[in-house]
Each structure stands twice: as C-alpha cells, then as structure tokens.
Design a protein around this ligand. Structure first.
Ligand code: NG1
Length: 449
C-alpha cells in the first residue's frame, strides 16, 4: 500500500506526467475512492443493505479528449502496461485479468447507456493507491474513474445516482457477478459519514460515526484477486444465493404474491416479518449440506438443465451448492445491518462492535469466505481490545476492519504489528502501509483544468 494522498496533492504528479507522456496538457482530472465495508457482507447482490464508507485511497486519472473514438490508457506504475482500444457498444475484452478490462467495462457500459453522446475517446493516465485484491474495491474505483473520465472527455453529465445504478452491471464485463455497493460508495460517499445503501432501487442515506472510536483497516497480506482465483469462489456464492431463492420460492408456494427476484424481495413482500424465519422455512426443504444441481432441481420440481440455464450457472462452478448456510448468513447479515444502523444512531459503540464480531463469525462459518491469516488478524485484534473486528469485502484474503477506541489505537497498532506483521516482514517491509486509520472521504470528483 502506498501512503494516502488526496486530490489536492497528487494531481500535480499525474498532470505533469500526463504532459510528459502524451505531449500535451491534461484537460481534466478525476478521482474515485475505494471503500471499506463496516457491515453487510455479500448482501448487495441479494438486494439487501450494506454499511460502507469511502477510504482515503483512490484512483486519480488525468485525461484529455481525442478526436477519434480511441481510448489510450496508461498507468503511472510500470507493472500496468499501456493499453488502447476503440469505444463502441461491443468491446472485445483483453485477456482475463488484464487491468485494461476495467476501463473497457466502463466504456461499454456508458456506450450502451448514452453512446450517441460519446463521439470522443480519450488519452488517460491512471495513478492509483488502493491495494488490489484487498477487499477495498480497487476494481470499482477504476471503473468509476474511467467512466467519469470518458464522460468528461465528451462533456456529458450523468447523475451520480444513475451511474451508481448502471456501473455494477457494466463491471460484470470482467466476469464477476458483483453487486452495487462499491460503485455506489465510490460515487456517493459523504465525508465524515458512513452510508447505508439499499438496492433495487438504489437508496443511500448518511449515518453518523461513533465518536471516540477509530476505524482501523489491517491487510492480511493475502491477495484475493477477483480477476483471478477468487472470481470462482465469489461467483459460486452469488449462484448459491440464487438457488436458495428458488428453493425458498418453492417453500413459500401459494403464500408468495409474485416470484422472488432476489432475497431482498422478502423484505418488501413480507414487511415486518423477521428474515430469520425464512431460514427455518428453507430447512424444511433442503438439508444443511452441499447439494448437487440435480438434488436442488428435484426439491424445486424442475429439470437440472432448466435450472442451470435460468440461474446462469456456468460449468466452472462445479456441482456442490451450499444453500442453507449461505441463506442463513445473508438474511442474518441483513438484520445486523438494520441493528447496526440503530447502534450508530444511538452512539452505541459496544453494540456496533458486537454486530461486527457476529458478522465475522457468520462470514467464516456460514459463508466460508475467511482464511487462516484473516482469522489470525481478527483474533489478535480482539485480544488487543478492538470493540469489533471482522473481514471486510469479498473475503478469501484482503483486509479486516476494526472498531477501536481512540485512546487505545496506538496500543492496538503496536500489538498487531508485534503479533502479525513483524513475523511477516518479508511480505510487509513497510508496516505503516499494511494497516491504516482514516477519516471517511467524499465520493468521486471531476475537475476541469
Ligand atoms: P470487493 O471485496 O471490493 O471485491 C466485492 C463486491 C461487492 C460485494 C463485496 C462483498 C465487486 C466489484 N465487488 O467487493 O459488490 O459483493 O465483495 O460484500 O465484485
């Protein structure tokens, strides 16, 4: 991780470097932050709420329009090589995992939304300091930044709330079946606040922080690249939720006024009914162990191949789907988000911390997205006095988020350094870049130069 730098300091570097590389001045600069999620993990794609905030790490892009439709993309960091492509409604991807695909994802998504207004490509230079594969949403910040840059190159304004609704679908270009938390946070975050985000339709409200407490992010030093191995694990969870939805639909039978599009529909269809009741309901239909597609199809009363095509299940996901546990995590996690919102409004830090701890246990045991290093970090954080500690983001590696009393932050950091990072000095030569405290930042900005 590099040190955080705000838009007010880093632009000079990226603007100067833009002029050196492209031989002309940048016409605009864009900033899109990453995020940390306090609570509500793997709920977004189920249409259930999340509780994130923007961090002080971001993607900054300097750019200028081109007369043609070509996007030329460079990165300050040499490891991300130069890329170029032509903008249209059907852009062939670079190789899987290529960083340029996040730019293409944004361009194709915008072309499908307002292509007639986008005759110009752009020269772009990216300078990012969000660690990738850390659960801090570096990929969505890149998508948001590229989208805003292409709009700036064409002098087109699209409302941020509209972008926050259309960019999650655009990002699925890279093959991840992601939800909408990251793009919404990057675009709509408010400084000094957490957000509660609800989906389908997107609704965002700001929430106060807990006075006297800091949010500390610690990297497990395990990269979980969703353009690589973590993609299958992530997509499998999304599909398991879709299948759980179908089994639940079957269990509810004629009690259901319309088909369930997502698990979030339960909230609107059964207002006031505790979500956890639906967990007991599914347990009457499906045992608490992984099932094959044929077994699930038999429970629902349909043909396996029909179910495969209706739920868009690709062969790489295998034939073992855990429904009961995934459902239990998602529905209980959504209820925790409601309770966490109340805890924030009541300035109840211990209560909020307990919900974070419960979320972590559920992510580990029911959603099975933790790993040895994340467990070690959470254990150390609790021993070091964190009021709450949990993995954040997709999981499988990446970061933990910790709620720590201001007065105890220095002791907390010393303890984490001694117990976790010192033994891994080869992986973490600069400890200060592996864990950080931040004040929630504002969402994305575009500045014309
Ligand atoms: P991260 O961890 O930043 O990759 C992912 C998804 C979110 C959400 C979380 C889990 C993407 C781009 N983002 O975030 O939509 O589902 O996992 O809560 O895939």
């Amino acid at each position: 991780m590099t040190e955080a730098t705000s838009i007010d300091r880093r632009p000079t570097r990226v603007v100067d470097e833009f002029a050196r590389r492209y031989g002309r001045s940048a016409a605009f600069i864009v900033r899109a932050p990453g995020r940390v999620n306090l609570l509500g993990e793997h709920t977004d794609y189920n249409g259930l709420p999340v509780l994130p905030m923007a961090i002080d790490r971001d993607i900054v892009i300097a750019g200028a329009a081109r007369a043609d439709r070509v996007v030329m993309l460079q990165n300050i960091e040499a490891q991300f090589g130069a890329r170029d492509y032509e903008v249209n409604e059907d852009i062939a991807p670079f190789a899987a995992g290529d960083w340029g695909n996040y730019s293409k994802a944004a361009a194709q998504g915008l072309m499908r939304y307002c292509g007639g207004q986008l005759p110009h490509g752009a020269e772009l230079l990216v300078d990012g300091n969000i660690p990738s594969g850390a659960g801090l949403s570096s990929s969505s910040a890149l998508v948001v930044g590229n989208a805003l840059a292409l709009l700036a190159a064409n002098d087109v304004d699209v409302r941020y709330i509209t972008l926050a609704e259309l960019l999650p679908a655009a990002e699925r270009y890279v093959g991840t079946l992601s939800g909408g938390m990251d793009q919404a946070t990057s675009l709509l975050a408010q400084p000094g606040h957490a957000l509660r985000i609800d989906f389908f339709p997107l609704r965002v409200r700001t929430l106060p922080l807990l006075r006297g407490y800091s949010i500390v992010v610690c990297h497990s030093l395990v990269q979980a690249e969703k353009s690589g191995p973590a993609k299958r694990a992530y997509n499998l969870r999304v599909i398991e939720c879709r299948l759980a939805c179908r089994v639940l639909e079957r269990a509810l039978g004629s009690g259901l006024p319309r088909p369930l599009q997502t698990l979030g529909d339960l909230v609107t269809l059964f207002p006031g009914r505790p979500l956890v009741e639906f967990v007991s309901l599914i347990s009457t239909q499906a045992p608490d162990r992984p099932l094959s597609l044929a077994q699930i199809a038999a429970i629902i009363g349909t043909a396996p191949e029909r179910l495969r095509s209706e739920c868009h299940i690709t062969a790489d996901l295998g034939d073992r789907f855990a429904l009961m546990r995934r459902l239990r995590h998602v529905l209980c996690e959504a209820e925790r988000v409601d309770q966490a919102e109340e805890a924030l409004l009541a300035a109840d830090a211990p209560g909020f911390g307990r919900l974070m701890d419960a979320s972590h246990q559920s992510c580990r045991d029911d959603y099975e997205i933790s790993c040895v290093e994340l467990e070690e970090l959470v254990r150390i954080a609790k021993e070091a006095g964190a009021a709450g500690a949990r993995l954040t983001g997709a999981g499988f590696g990446g970061c933990t988020v910790n709620l720590v009393a201001d007065a105890e932050v220095q002791t907390f950091l010393r303890r984490v350094d001694r117990s976790f990072y010192h033994a891994r000095s080869a992986l973490a030569p600069d400890i200060h870049r592996c864990r950080f405290i931040f004040k929630p930042h504002s969402g994305a900005e575009v500045r014309r130069l």
